[in-house]
Design a protein around this ligand. Sequence first.
Ligand code: TMP
Ligand code: ASP
Length: 248
Amino acid sequence: MTVEIGTLIYQGKAKGVYETNDPQKVVVEFRDDITAGDGAKKDNLSEKGFWNSVISAKFFELLEEAGIKTQYVELIKPGLMLSKKLEMIPLEVITRNIAAGSLLRRYPFKPKQTFDPPIIQIDYKSDEYGDPMLNDDIAIALDLIDKENLKLINEITLKINKVLKDFLESKGLLFPDFKIEYGYDTDGNIVLGDEISPDTCRFWDMETCNTLDKDLFRKGESGVIDAYKRVASIILDDEDKEKWNISL
Ligand code: TMP
Ligand code: ASP
C-alpha cells in the first residue's frame, strides 16, 4: 500500500506526526528546528532533520535486530519516517553511563565519572512543570504508568543501552547518556518511540572527548550540523548509505 500523508496530529518542538491512510501507522517528520532550555533558545539548522532521521533509523534497525520492539517501520526518505502509531507515555527515560550535563549541576558527581551499572532517571515530560524528575511512587501516583510497566521500561532501557553502547564504542564513540520515550501500541505493548539522535543523546569522540551532539547548540558553539553529520558518517555502513541514497 502506498503511504498517503494526511492530517498533522501532533506538533512537537522538532518533529511533527501525521496521520496516514493506514490507521495503525503515522509519518514522523523530522524538522530542522532546534531548541534548548525548554524553547528559550531556538534556531533552524538546515539538514538537521535529515541527519537526525537517518541516525534514528539506523539505531532503531539495530535495536529491532536485537529483539527490541520499536515504532520504526521504514525511512520513506531522509526526514520522513513511517512509524507504528503509539499512545505515548509522558515520561523521559534518561540513561547515564558517564556523568555529564544536569547531573553535574545538581549533584556532587565528578565530571566523566562512569556508572556501571548505568543510572536510569525518569522525568515527567511536561513543559508546564518543567520536566521534573520522578520517583516510582510519584510516577504511579500521578497515574503516568503502573508498577509492572515501570519495571518493564527499566529492563528494556538497560538492554537498549547495552546494544547502543557496545555498537558506538566499537565505532570509537563514547555514549555518556541519552533520553528515550515509550508508548503503547494498539495491543497495549510497551514500544520504544520518538527518536534516538544527537538531539536526544550525548556522543563523545573516544580519542579527543569532542562533543558530537546538541550540547554544541546548548553552549552556543558552531559546527552543530557538521557534528551530526560526523555521527552519521561514523555509524552508517555502505549498505545504509545506498539504501537511503546518502553521500557522506
Ligand atoms: P541532561 O544532562 O540535560 O539531564 O540530559 C540528559 C540526556 O537527555 C542528554 O543526552 C540529553 C537528553 N535530553 C533530551 O533529550 N531532552 C531534554 O529535554 C533534556 C533536558 C535532555
Ligand atoms: N529539549 C529541550 C528543549 O527543546 C531542552 C534540551 O534538549 O536541552 O528546549
